[in-house]
Design a protein around this ligand. Structure first.
Ligand code: SF4
Length: 345
């Protein structure tokens, strides 16, 4: 009844790095060729954790959009927009909050997790408790059929489905009938989305931990070739390789994890044999990684430079995206208001 639509958002809280590329953006680039896609800057979501430092958000919004475009997200294929520029998200969030049981929000696993993880921030706020509901509103307002998520986000999609179901149960009066005229349900006003499970990013950081801004182990999407080379050359290796003649074990080395992402079988074999026999040195072993990362990021740096030099173009892309998104959101809200008895015309 509703067309296929994929929705995904990203919080603008820092420079994007290879972890974002391998974990999210590569998938967006693929999805935009398969479905109508909406990708949004989740600035209101960023405020739930950065309400004391809103300047972080402002600084990062445009850079993040440029990083998306640099990574190959195509505004001709996907709709790119900023959440707060479509205020209907807030209206739907408010209306959904009227009938969402508090316990549904309190039991979202990431609620307590994040509060514990970000213990330096006071997240005992109304906004933070409600952020999964805002996420639901983000999805439901576009009647998105699919939402790409990692395993840990599946409960959020489940919550969104429950919220849609509850809303339809309360407000949909139109019966759906089968061929024989028997009622088989109510015509949905809001659509229950499906989780489009995406594999968690295996992108290791420069220290072997997951690549993340908070671990300071990242390679930014716009890293210069000099920095790429310098950062990879400084990577720690198997501590057993004190001297060049000491053999090592790739299993104990973060550089090997990068070979797993970037190298072909021949190179991997060369690393395994060369490391275990001390036939190669660590700097030598890092060279193919430096080359692979530099080659991967070169076209992105080029595209990013093109957009950085042309901020008016980036703003136009977002403006057009916001208009398109707003038209879809307005459509849904008309329906929602009508069914909730809020159309007074
Ligand atoms: S040779 Fe390569 S895999 Fe072995 S310790 Fe050095 S960098 Fe790591």
């Amino acid at each position: 009844m509703f067309p296929e639509r994929v929705l995904s958002g990203m919080r603008p809280t820092g420079l994007l790095h290879l972890g974002h590329y391998h974990g999210v953006l590569k998938n967006w680039v693929k999805l935009q060729n398969e479905f109508p896609c909406l990708f949004f800057v989740a600035d209101w979501h960023a405020l739930t954790t950065h309400y004391e430092t809103p300047e972080v958000i402002k600084e990062n919004v445009w850079d993040m959009v440029i990083d998306w475009l640099a990574a190959g997200v195509d505004p001709e294929k996907a709709t790119l927009f900023i959440q707060s520029k479509v205020p209907e998200h807030a209206e739907l969030h408010l209306l959904l909050s009227m009938n969402t049981p508090l316990s549904w929000l309190e039991r979202v696993p990431t609620y307590k997790d994040q509060q514990e993880k970000l213990s330096d921030k006071d997240l005992g706020t109304y906004g933070f408790l409600g952020y999964p509901l805002l996420q639901s509103a983000d999805i439901l307002i576009y009647r998105a059929t699919q939402v790409p998520v990692g395993e840990d986000q599946v409960p959020h999609i489940e919550l969104t489905r429950e919220i849609a179901r509850r809303f339809n149960h309360f407000y949909s009066k139109e019966k759906l009938l089968d061929a024989k005229g028997a009622e088989i349900g109510r015509k949905p006003i809001l659509l229950e989305p499906k989780a489009l499970l995406t594999e968690a990013s295996k992108m290791p950081g420069l220290d072997g931990m997951k690549m993340s801004k908070s671990y300071q182990n990242t390679l930014a999407l716009r890293e210069t070739p000099e920095n790429i080379s310098q950062k990879i050359r400084k990577m720690p290796t198997d501590p057993a390789r004190v001297r060049r003649t000491d053999p090592g074990d790739p299993a104990k080395c973060p550089v090997w994890q990068l070979h797993e992402v970037y190298s072909d079988d021949n190179t991997k074999q060369w690393v395994q044999e060369g490391c275990k026999s001390a036939g190669i040195g660590c700097i030598q072993c890092k060279e193919p990684i430096i080359q692979a990362v530099t080659a991967e990021l070169a076209p992105m740096r080029e595209r990013a430079a093109m957009y950085t030099e042309n901020p008016a173009l980036v703003r136009k892309i977002i403006e057009e995206g916001c208009d398109r998104a707003r038209a879809m959101a307005t459509d849904t809200m008309k329906d929602v208001r009508k069914h909730m008895g809020l159309d007074y015309s």
